[in-house]
Ligand binder design. Structure first.
Ligand SMILES: N[C@@H](CCC(=O)N[C@@H](CS)C(=O)NCC(=O)O)C(=O)O
Length: 227
């Protein structure tokens, strides 16, 4: 195992921060969790990620690595001999995992985020339809990638499981506050069962926020004018 002190700049409620936390758990890498305070940015964060000024940032022997999916890849490569592989071993499967991870951030998450912003019946219906379409696309991606196994990555959770699963806490909060089922077992049965398995994984459970706690936090941050 590569030595060097590992620190993670982040925040408990951030889905993007969950990604490296899960990867570090999978690889059994101990780390110091440096939590940012909501609404302000520490000097260390600004210095470590001057391009985006966003969390997460991994500090490995004081060298920063930014962008959650890039950090997950870095963790997989750096601690390659420890724990299961996070990225698939075949180049085609790796390309597919990266493709779908980009789809999740650029399309699926954008649809999820637009749901609470929708105003009135028409907009809510349109947002719901958009998210349902993205869910159906991911249901098919799950069937293709998992090849009958429990996770996108096969027998163990991996890159794509982490890329999507990190949003499940916020998805539940959005369901709770919006009063709509957003991951429907009748419409996306494989994805719904996968979500349950993912949340119960020992690498995920300790970092997945409780829905009630996250909902309370959401109330606080979205009540602020510029949240
Ligand atoms: N693409 C980035 C997104 C990171 C991100 O949006 N982080 C949020 C917290 S969940 C953040 O730092 N927001 C502060 C800001 O936008 O200034 C990644 O994957 O790491």
């Amino acid at each position: 195992m590569t030595t060097g002190e590992v620190k993670l700049i982040g925040a408990w409620a951030s889905p993007f921060v969950m990604r490296p936390r899960i990867a570090l758990n999978l690889k059994s890498v101990p780390y110091e969790f440096l939590q940012e305070t909501f609404g302000s940015k520490s000097e260390l964060l600004l210095k470590s990620n001057p391009a985006h000024k966003k969390i997460p940032v991994l500090l490995h022997a004081d060298k920063p690595v930014c962008e959650s999916n890039i950090i997950v890849e870095y963790i997989d490569e750096t601690w390659s001999s420890s724990g299961p592989s996070v990225l698939p071993s075949h180049p085609y499967d790796r390309a597919m995992a990266r493709f779908w991870a980009a789809y999740i951030d650029e399309k699926w998450f954008v649809s999820l985020r637009s749901f609470p912003k929708a105003q009135g019946e028409e907009e809510t219906k349109a947002a719901l339809a958009q998210l349902e379409e993205a869910n159906a696309i991911l249901e098919k991606a799950f069937i293709d990638c998992s090849k009958g196994k429990p996770f996108f990555n096969g027998d163990n959770i991996g890159y794509l499981d982490i890329a999507l699963g990190c949003f499940l806490g916020w998805l539940r909060v959005t369901e709770l506050t919006g009063g709509h089922k957003l991951l429907d077992e009748a419409k996306t049965p494989s994805l719904s069962k996968w979500a349950e398995r993912f949340c119960n994984d020992p690498a995920v459970k300790p970092v997945m926020p409780e829905t009630a706690k996250l909902a309370e936090f959401a109330k606080k941050i979205f009540a602020k004018p510029h949240a």
